[in-house]
Design a protein around this ligand. Structure first.
Ligand code: GLC
Length: 550
């Protein structure tokens, strides 16, 4: 490519680029659709990468694009070493990696090791094989309990609702007389591997190498606090009426509630041996490869165990995302994060939105106020030492969409919609990106039809094209913030946090960041305001953040 100054040299740099990176999550079904089938694809991503260069991020993480029946939209993988035809081909993946590197962007792929799809050849072979066979030993098959074995082996619940066990006899590909059940902490179509079987670890090492050989810069590891279960598979002890034994964390409300739960299905000590092995594999490759854990851990201390020097480079710090709009709560998260990570020498990560949670504009109340708060929280996050993860569409200020029941596709909705406790599901943060134009599909793909999840008719003013020309737009704000963030890279990697009433502030070298979570104007910190999330005129208005130098 002409004028390709930013191009990445894939030889070792020792720069540990991930320590101060802005990483943008692409949800491939919903970013850009090149072939016009209403679902995003890899050629669509490649064609739109300039958006990320112009935004000013360092890397992109792409949610799974592997061969998959799409029961959980790709988090149900049937072949870890191939691309689903819905998204393209391996050649398309190679072209995407190459183009990203040409543009100076690193590329992280998603790895799903806790479970496969029930269509994976190993699970299909296991269904055909006898109880006790080597094929069954790759997953967690057990006999049932109660009369005739008609009760599940234990009381664990699926994160998506209902029992975490299904009878083989009730699986479409199972035999009617099969006495066993299989464990799935997520959908019935996502059987959990038995990580105590070395074959599983060997298989995943091969998968890592397959993608590292193709030039990816790292992995986001799905459900990294999963994999191993307490060996006895004993019942979970949970208070009467408590919901979701197999909680993944995003539903647990807060780390404090989480810490009080008995969780024999999560965060077992054996998992760390796997990550030490993976660390070694990555280290064999040039170019500062990295991995980031999606580990919904119960405490900051347990989070820190994932980023010991010989394990993950990073782990998501979901406490930041779970915190409500409160100076004190935000301050607690920042303080606990540094306290927990400092002993292991890891740099923190920060995230406000992803494909599993309600978009942060909406979490903070929606509308004008929600957007003001979202910008302010984002600007605060982007000044904290460490890496920040952004989710597609947040740079446009998109809100959670209220997807009509008949259009919802999330397995957590499909599994619970007819129960007493229906879960609305995660479709509302996955509605395809609006790029241009006044009506659906807003440049998401060719044609005039609605994509796989319908876009709201009012999105015309939120498209990339519309916001690009407006200096007051959220897109312009993100670009300015990410550009200004580059000047912060050399500041100290620690902060001093102060809460004064409803104002959170922290200092980092000569930078002071202040965030007003209250309802009244507050005093501005001393110094020169170099960046603000909204209008600032002598005071710090409510729902506003500033960066002040000097
Ligand atoms: C992770 C993913 C989520 C998926 C689940 C099961 O939490 O982020 O989207 O449904 O794992 O793989």
């Amino acid at each position: 490519m002409a004028g390709n100054d930013a191009s990445i040299d894939p030889t070792p740099t020792g720069a540990e680029w991930w320590r101060h990176a802005a990483i943008y999550q692409v949800y491939p079904r919903s970013w850009a659709d090149a072939d016009g089938d209403g679902v995003g694809d890899l050629p669509g991503i490649t064609a739109h990468l300039e958006h990320l260069r112009d935004l000013g991020v360092d890397a992109l993480w792409i949610s799974p694009f592997y061969r998959s029946p799409q029961a959980d939209h790709g988090y149900d993988v049937s072949d870890y070493q191939d691309i689903d035809p819905l998204f393209g081909t391996l050649e398309d993946a190679d072209a995407l990696v190459a183009r990203a590197h040409e543009l100076g962007l690193r590329l992280i792929v998603d790895l799903v090791p806790n479970h496969s799809s029930d269509q994976h050849e190993w699970f299909q072979a296991a269904l055909r094989a006898e109880p006790g066979s080597p094929e069954r030993a790759r997953y967690l098959f057990r006999d049932g309990t109660g009369e005739g074995g008609l009760e599940p082996p234990n009381n664990w619940e699926s994160v998506f609702g209902g029992s975490a066990w299904d009878r083989v006899a009730e699986h479409p590909d199972g035999r009617d007389d099969d006495p066993q059940w299989y464990l799935h902490l997520f959908d019935s179509s996502q059987p959990d591997f038995d990580w105590r079987n070395p074959e599983v670890g060997d298989m995943f090492e091969g998968v890592l190498r397959f993608w590292l050989d193709r030039g990816v810069d790292g992995f986001r590891v799905d459900v990294a606090h999963g994999l191993f279960k307490e060996e006895s598979l004993r019942d979970q002890v949970r208070p009467e009426g408590a919901k979701g034994g197999a909680t993944a964390g995003e539903e647990a409300g807060s780390m404090v509630e989480r810490a009080a739960l008995d969780e024999p299905m999560w965060d077992q000590p054996e998992v760390h041996e796997v990550y030490r092995r993976w660390h070694q594999v990555l280290a064999e490759y040039p170019g500062d490869r990295m991995m980031v854990a999606e580990a919904w851990t119960a405490t900051a201390e347990s989070m820190a165990r994932f980023v010991r020097p010989d394990e993950y480079q990073q782990t998501f710090n979901f406490a930041w995302l779970l915190a409500p709009w409160s100076a004190e709560k935000f301050a607690n998260v920042v303080t606990h994060t540094f306290d927990a990570l400092e002993p292991v020498g890891a740099t923190p990560t920060w995230v406000l939105s992803n494909h599993d949670v309600i978009r942060h504009v909406t979490r903070y109340g929606g509308g004008t106020q929600g957007l003001a708060r979202a910008r302010a929280a984002t600007m605060t996050m982007l000044a904290l030492p460490g890496s920040a993860y952004l989710y597609q569409g947040e740079e446009l200020g998109l809100e959670q969409v209220d997807v009509a029941p008949e259009d919802r596709t999330d397995p957590s909705w499909l599994r619970t919609k007819d129960t007493d406790a229906p879960e609305i599901g995660r479709d509302g943060c996955r509605v395809p990106m609006p790029w241009s134009g006044d009506s659906a599909p807003f440049g998401f793909g060719p044609g005039t039809g609605q994509p796989w999840l319908p876009q709201p008719s009012g999105w015309g003013s939120l498209t990339v094209a519309a916001q690009e020309t407006d200096p007051e737009s959220t897109l312009a704000f993100y670009r300015r913030t990410l550009a200004a963030r580059r000047d912060l890279a050399d500041l100290p990697a620690s902060v001093k946090v102060v809460v004064d009433g409803d104002v959170l502030s922290f200092t980092r070298g000569d930078l002071t960041v202040a965030l007003n979570c209250g309802t009244a104007d507050a005093a501005l910190p001393d110094g020169e305001v170099v960046h603000a999330s909204g209008p600032v005129d002598g005071t710090l208005p409510a729902d506003t953040a500033v960066w002040v130098r000097g």
